[in-house]
Design a protein around this ligand. Structure first.
Ligand code: SAM
Length: 200
């Protein structure tokens, strides 16, 4: 765990029922601090990883956020709590079944300030850009240029980069782009135009 987590992040996580974002048969272990399978060969990130990524991004009320890799929507729901009703989270997922399940889960927990989009998030989501913050939940071969370009000045992007050995990177758009390695991580691959090649 990287340092102390901001109490705002902990409070946001305590308001989102994680058991609503995992398959029914895994509800009993929904609060264990580990990734869990969510179908289609994908995972819900471990709670500590969601906390660390939210902490690094320093999400504030009213921000516009893009998440790449919705899964079943848990991380998006936590970020939506942090940006509040005056903010908005756009989250993009490439697998139709997961995007659909995420919409249902988010509706069930009453999350109103989130839009789930089906598509290739390695290209970002130009129609709602620029973003204050971008959070990527799958590991890219390198930082996709469209994601950097879709940041507002002063905006921040957190993204895992690498294949066998992955690093969580923070990109800040100030006088160009400042990139910094934060920690070693393990994520599923980002597939798509600016990601790894999909086999399907
Ligand atoms: N955010 C999720 C959560 O709440 O825990 C975790 C998602 S999982 C670790 C990563 C997700 O990224 C998978 O659902 C996968 O299908 C998705 N993904 C991979 N490449 C993608 C791409 N190019 N565009 C959108 N989603 C992608």
């Amino acid at each position: 765990m990287e340092g102390r987590i901001d109490p705002r992040v902990i409070q946001a996580m305590s308001r989102v029922p994680r058991e609503c974002f995992v398959p029914e048969e895994l509800r009993a272990v929904a609060y264990e601090d580990r990734p869990l399978p969510i179908g289609c060969g994908q995972t819900i990130s471990a709670p500590h990883m969601v906390a660390i990524m939210c902490e690094i991004l320093d999400l504030r009320e009213g921000m516009t956020v893009l998440e790449v890799g919705t899964g079943q929507g848990y991380h998006a729901a936590v970020m939506a709590e942090l940006v509040g009703p005056s903010g908005h989270v756009y989250t993009i997922e490439r697998i139709p079944e997961l995007a659909e399940q995420a919409r249902k889960n988010l509706q069930k927990v009453g999350a109103a300030n989130i839009t789930v989009v089906l598509g290739d998030g390695s290209r970002g989501l130009a129609e709602h850009a620029p973003y204050d913050r971008i959070s990527v939940a799958a590991s890219a071969p390198e930082i996709p240029p469209p994601l950097k370009e879709q940041l507002k000045p002063g905006g921040k992007l957190v993204i895992p980069v690498g294949s066998a050995l992955q690093e969580l990177m923070l990109v800040v758009r100030v006088n160009g782009y400042h990139e910094e390695r934060r920690m070693g991580v393990i994520f599923v691959p980002l597939l798509g135009e600016h990601g790894f090649k999909a086999r399907d």
